[in-house]
Design a protein around this ligand. Structure first.
Ligand code: SF4
Length: 348
């Protein structure tokens, strides 16, 4: 199938053109504080972050970029608003991509100068349009957002700059989906998708998954960012989980567990919590079913690599649907953990 978008390189990664969808986040530190910023980015890398953006609100932050870049391993993106000189400094510091907001750098001549500087360094520019950046809320937000992005794209294209990524975000999942559907019909540049200012963890997980998930199901979106008012690691975990749920990324531990009900006679919450904590980092594909009783337990276990179904203060452990052990509740987690470890070893 022909890819919707063209491929664009960001440092050592490529998005669009049918390449795997990348998960990104943004550091939440003061960019001038190189040590804290690098430490947070290294944690993000460990969690599976593919691309990282930092805020560059002033020249001092821009001047810290090359130091940060020299200590991290994933592409570094400078997020610049208002001041074109900060954009120019960020480019000369060697960032891998620049994000510009068309609503707040409007001087066409400056945008062209920035584009030429980015072209000299072969780095892409993301045209990042947010509804929140509009001075007055437009009557037709979808049309206004798309026009805003297209106007900026035209300026970049006028100096033969095509190394473009586009994002259109709002804090409303439905508006964001509609605007991205529209821009996806009009341009073939890769799309960065997400719901902006999506709120605290629980709210954002639902709202962002609805918005990003709808678009990905339509084949729209080349890199994703969950915006969560929390540790940025949560954004990466959510992004990776979504991609796995949509079968757009392979690998990792998949836990199928029941909500429990009056039939459950073991502490299933605790077992699931322990499995998640201990095996969260596994990156080979392992499907684990942890079920409260025999109603759905054996059925789910049949589809899983390893399963557990609760009984009377005990549990049955399954491997590929076959019962291998019956264990009393007090030894259930340790027995299940041993079996799971053996399975992971055998899969490596
Ligand atoms: S698997 Fe058993 S314990 Fe779990 S929700 Fe279903 S019926 Fe209840």
């Amino acid at each position: 199938m022909k890819s919707r978008s063209i491929a664009v390189n960001i440092g050592n990664r490529t998005i669009g053109g049918g390449n795997p969808i990348l998960v990104q986040s943004m550091a939440k530190t003061d960019t001038r504080d190189v040590v804290s910023t690098v430490n947070q980015i290294l944690r993000l890398e460990e969690a599976g972050c593919d691309l990282v953006r930092v805020a560059v609100p002033d020249i001092e932050s821009a001047e810290a970029l090359s130091k940060i870049k020299s200590k991290i391993h994933i592409p570094l993106i400078a997020d610049v608003h208002f001041d074109p000189l900060i954009a120019m400094e960020s480019i000369s510091q060697g960032v891998d991509k620049l994000r510009l907001n068309p609503s707040n750098i409007q001087d066409e001549e400056w945008i062209k100068k920035i584009a030429l500087a980015a072209k000299n360094r072969s780095i892409p520019i993301r045209v990042g349009t947010n509804l929140g950046s509009f001075k007055k809320k437009p009557d037709n937000p979808v049309e206004a957002l798309v026009k805003n992005a297209l106007d900026e794209i035209k300026i970049l294209e006028s100096v033969d700059f095509n190394n473009i990524i586009v994002s259109i975000k709002t804090s409303d999942a439905i508006l964001t989906v509609r605007a991205n559907e529209k821009i996806a019909e009009l341009v073939r540049y890769p799309l960065h998708i997400g719901i902006t200012e999506a709120g605290p963890k629980e709210e954002s997980l639902v709202k962002s998954s609805v918005g990003i998930g709808c678009l990905l199901m339509e084949g729209i979106g080349d890199t994703i960012r969950y915006s969560i008012t929390a540790d940025p690691i949560e954004e990466i975990k959510a992004g990776i989980t979504l991609l796995r749920s949509l079968r757009l990324r392979k690998g990792g531990l998949e836990i199928v567990s029941c909500p429990t009900c009056g039939r459950c006679e073991i502490n299933l919450f605790e077992i699931v919590k322990q499995v998640k904590e201990e095996f969260e980092e596994v990156d080979i594909p392992v499907r684990v079913a942890i079920m409260g009783c025999v109603v759905n337990g054996p059925g789910e276990a049949a589809d899983a690599d390893i399963g557990l179904a609760g009984g009377k203060k005990s549990g049955v452990i399954f491997r590929k649907g076959k019962a291998v052990r019956i264990v009393k509740e007090e030894h259930l987690y340790s027995a299940f953990r041993d079996e799971l470890k053996k399975l992971i070893e055998s899969k490596k």
